[in-house]
Design a protein around this ligand. Structure first.
Ligand SMILES: Cc1ncc(COP(=O)(O)O)c(C=O)c1O
Length: 392
């Protein structure tokens, strides 16, 4: 007889299918690049990867990762504070700090972990965390992790009046952390970092920005949203799994005492293994390439402008911003899913997002641009968008 819990779980899965929210991932049989090879042998144009600088399969990134495996083997087989840390981790951490112009940094196996390390470690009972309503799930969960001891407040997306109202209400609280995505992954828009920093100064709060979609993309040298706005924030978190090598890993970069506290106390580092050395070496190589090959960032920005302008000319509603995330709003969820399927029939891989991931009526195809794309890739994508325009 089947365990009744398994039947309940099966019912939950069936209801996902019935609601049209069951997810399936295309199977890719080769490297992440401007195009990818699917399991049915088709080579399709990739418009849904975070491989913004095209470094995920860059020969130097791959070579450094292989070299690190030869030198260190597969991994630490332990947590760092018990068994020691590889020098490649320290090298990567000082490169991240240098890249972001902070005193120090520490790494985790993901940015999800970095955010979950930061918020509960930094805040003590009676403190507050204040978060944009569209922040990434990892920030939401990081805040939830400490919500028993810490006050949790959410302001309307980029609404500085609402943020000020919360700061005013909590004026007497000793430690107030304002945390935001730098680039919001569903809208592709930027946080109002200048407004946030001004308010933080006025109300004596600490600022943290998760620049996972901004590193290697935003700012004159790809250092992210503080560089773009010309402001300083107290803490930066980010991923090594997007522009900076595309494998995995996350980090917190900040002043020395904050990083020291995280190394001493943050549970995702104290109780979980370090980044695999090959991943650390690949990310380190990617950060060096970003500095040494500024033409990549330039090409990414040219590509972003080309696709944004092209979609606008075709009459699509595109959310304006300088980021490499271009949401094309099509309305109903079913339409977004149908259009994404049609795009794939035309050999364009793009994701459709609908309710409840985005508000009802704002379902979208989310195009993500890479420096790996050539004009021919973008022209082909625009041609298909043109063909499908009559169906929107
Ligand atoms: C803003 C933001 N933060 C954190 C993450 C998680 O990054 P990682 O894959 O390194 O856990 C993502 C990934 O989608 C993200 O977009």
């Amino acid at each position: 007889m089947q365990n009744p819990i398994l039947s309940q779980i099966q019912n939950e899965i069936d209801s996902l299918r019935n609601a049209g929210t069951y997810k399936t991932a295309p199977v890719i049989c080769g490297p992440m690049n401007a195009t990818v090879k699917l399991s049915d042998n088709r080579e399709v144009i990739n418009l849904c990867s975070n491989n913004y600088l095209g470094l995920a399969d860059h020969p130097e990134v791959v070579a450094q990762a292989k070299k690190a495996m030869d030198k260190y083997g597969n991994g630490t087989a332990s947590v760092r504070f018990i068994c020691g840390t590889f020098d490649i981790h320290l090298e990567l951490e000082s490169a991240i700090a240098k890249f972001l112009n902070t005193e120090s940094s520490t790494t985790y196996v993901s940015c999800w972990n970095a955010n979950e390390a930061l918020v509960p470690t930094l805040l003590a009972p009676g403190d507050v965390v204040i978060s944009d309503e569209l922040n990434h799930a990892s920030i939401i969960d990081a805040s939830r992790l400490c919500s028993k001891k810490v006050g949790r407040f959410i302001y309307h997306h980029n609404d500085m009046n609402d943020l000020e109202r919360i700061l005013k209400e909590n004026e007497s609280v000793k430690r107030k952390l304002i945390i935001t995505d730098g680039v919001f992954s569903m809208e592709g828009d930027l946080a109002n970092l200048k407004g946030i920093v001004d308010l933080a100064q006025k109300y004596n709060a600490i600022t943290a920005v998760d620049d996972s979609h901004a590193h290697g993309v935003i700012g004159k040298t790809g250092c992210g949203t503080p560089e773009h706005f010309g402001v300083e924030v107290d803490i930066i978190t980010g991923t090594l799994g997007k522009a900076l090598g595309g494998a995995a890993g996350g980090f917190v970069a900040s002043s020395k005492p904050i990083i020291e506290l995280l190394v001493q106390r943050s549970r995702p580092q104290l109780f979980s293994n370090a980044l695999p050395p090959a991943t650390a070496a690949g990310a380190l190589a990617a950060i060096k390439i970003l500095a040494n090959e500024p033409q990549r960032l330039k090409k990414l920005h040219q590509n972003v402008k080309y696709l944004r302008d092209g979609l606008g000319k075709l009459g699509y509603q595109v959310i304006e911003s300088p980021t490499a995330i271009i949401p094309v709003i099509v309305g109903q969820t079913a339409k977004a899913i149908r259009l994404a399927n049609k795009m794939l029939e035309h050999n364009i891989l793009i994701t459709g997002f609908g309710y409840p991931v985005v508000p009802e009526g704002t379902a979208r195809l989310r195009a993500q641009v890479s420096a790996a794309h050539d004009k021919a890739h973008l022209d082909k994508a625009l041609m298909v968008f043109k063909e499908l325009k009559k169906e929107t």
